[in-house]
Design a protein around this ligand. Structure first.
Ligand SMILES: [Zn+2]
Ligand SMILES: [Zn+2]
Length: 432
């Protein structure tokens, strides 16, 4: 029979790399909580209109990449292509705006985009993201960037370039849009069909079209920084000043516009050169108009998202050391049926005390059991046979040093073993 394979653009997370995911997510969660963010989990699918309205009708994401389908009740639903829209919806739906401001949320979530499958671009991928509602101050923008910067430090990721830009507010953008429309109208013949339709509706989206010809045309386009109003200019200057004072290095890159409609003022990306072409590992910015757009009160807000798969690729390229998986502490080998049952009971006692222990579950020979214990990386072994059962005593062997210690099988076995293993521990630290 034909075997069924995983869907194109999806990836299984196998046990061999699960430890890396757990380590990375663990650092993200603890760093987020230290900085005052609290976790939110929103559904994987939402009303399609949520993304049309927030991400934007004319974005590549909405026009080309969403997993949209009709459910059995005839409703149009979409698998979330990013995390912000759902977080904002939940923020409004559950009145989180009644809590003391700023409201700070974080999430780890799968996201779905129907993109052409290629290296580093998955159709199901995972994001760590944070959102912060209520502050319009430049210190919030700089704080968010500093948080991302510190997170990369804690993950031992190096050589990232922080690029920042300001894409202004609706006031300055109106002027900018005119300039863009004029520029792109001259180059009309070179634009793709999607971009032609964007020309009148939202010319800024042409700047992040993935078609190579459009990208080429975009290179000569006017820059938003030349069109910022006084307030936006001042805000951007202050963000840069705070970053300078915190010794956070950045480049101002006027070509960064982020591919989603909701951004205003500060936008930023952390870019890595370790995956061949420059690739964005983390991106975000301010979105002061979104909450109102979604039916809430006017609320300044900002956030960023970080692609976990891409982060892991960068970490692999940089040979970042992950913490080793906990090895088996004690393997109890057995000879004969009665000894196997005794081994089983002793293993249960150890597991009840959170000690990783194992015994024979395969009816292996003693020789094969010892080999298997070696594969598990067992730090100690104990062999049970008729003699041990009769005397109620066994010998714990330290597999590293060869040292042997007597243990009473019937009297506080777990307590005695704890003493032996603590004594032998050499206090190795984790990588991060
Ligand atoms: Zn402005
Ligand atoms: Zn285009």
């Amino acid at each position: 029979m034909e075997s069924i394979k995983a869907q194109r653009g999806t990836q299984d997370m196998l046990p061999a790399v699960a430890g890396q995911w757990q380590a990375v997510e663990g650092v993200m969660r603890s760093e987020a909580e230290i900085s005052g963010f609290r976790e939110i989990r929103t559904p994987v699918f939402e009303d399609t209109r949520l993304f049309q309205r927030s991400v934007g009708e004319t974005t590549d994401v909405v026009q080309k990449e969403m997993y949209t389908f009709e459910d059995k009740g005839g409703r149009s639903v979409t698998l979330k292509p990013e995390g912000t829209a759902g977080a904002v919806r939940a923020y409004l739906e559950h009145g989180l705006f009644n809590e003391p401001m700023p409201v700070k949320l974080y999430y780890v979530t799968p996201c779905y985009r129907y993109e052409r499958a290629q290296a580093g671009r998955l159709r199901e991928f995972h994001q760590f993201g944070v959102e912060m509602f209520g502050s319009s101050l430049p210190v919030a923008d700089a704080g968010l960037i500093a948080f991302a910067n510190g997170l990369f430090d804690r993950l031992c990721v190096k050589n990232l370039t922080l690029k920042i830009n300001s894409i202004g507010c609706p006031t300055c953008r109106a002027e900018y849009a005119k300039a863009l429309t004029a520029y792109f109208t001259e180059q009309k013949d070179r634009l793709c069909e999607t971009c032609l339709s964007r020309l009148d509706r939202n010319p800024m989206r042409i700047l992040d079209c993935k078609s190579p010809e459009c990208a080429e045309v975009a290179k000569g386009a006017p820059h938003i920084l030349d069109y910022l109003c006084d307030d936006c200019r001042k805000h951007f200057e202050e963000v840069k000043e705070i970053l300078d004072s915190a010794n956070i290095a950045y480049e101002v890159d006027p070509t960064i516009v982020r591919g989603l409609d909701y951004y205003t003022r500060t936008v930023f990306e952390f870019v890595s050169g370790d995956l061949g072409a420059q690739s964005t590992v983390c991106g975000g910015g301010r979105y002061d108009g979104l909450v109102e757009e979604m039916g809430g009160a006017k609320t300044p807000a900002l956030g960023f998202a970080l692609g976990i798969e891409r982060l892991l690729l960068v970490m692999a390229a940089q040979k970042v050391q992950f913490p080793e998986e906990d090895p088996c502490e004690l393997y109890i080998a057995s000879v004969g049926e009665a000894a196997r049952k005794k081994a089983f009971l002793l293993v249960q006692k150890l597991r009840d005390c959170a000690v990783e222990a194992a015994c024979d579950e395969m009816d292996r020979s003693l020789n094969a059991q010892m080999k298997y214990a070696g594969k598990l990386g067992a730090q100690f072994t104990l062999v049970l046979g008729d003699d041990e059962l009769a005397s109620g005593k066994g010998i714990i062997k330290n597999m590293k040093t060869g040292e042997k210690k007597k243990i009473d099988l019937d009297n506080d076995f777990e307590g005695q073993f704890a003493g032996i293993s603590t004594e032998a521990a050499d206090g190795e630290g984790l990588a991060f």
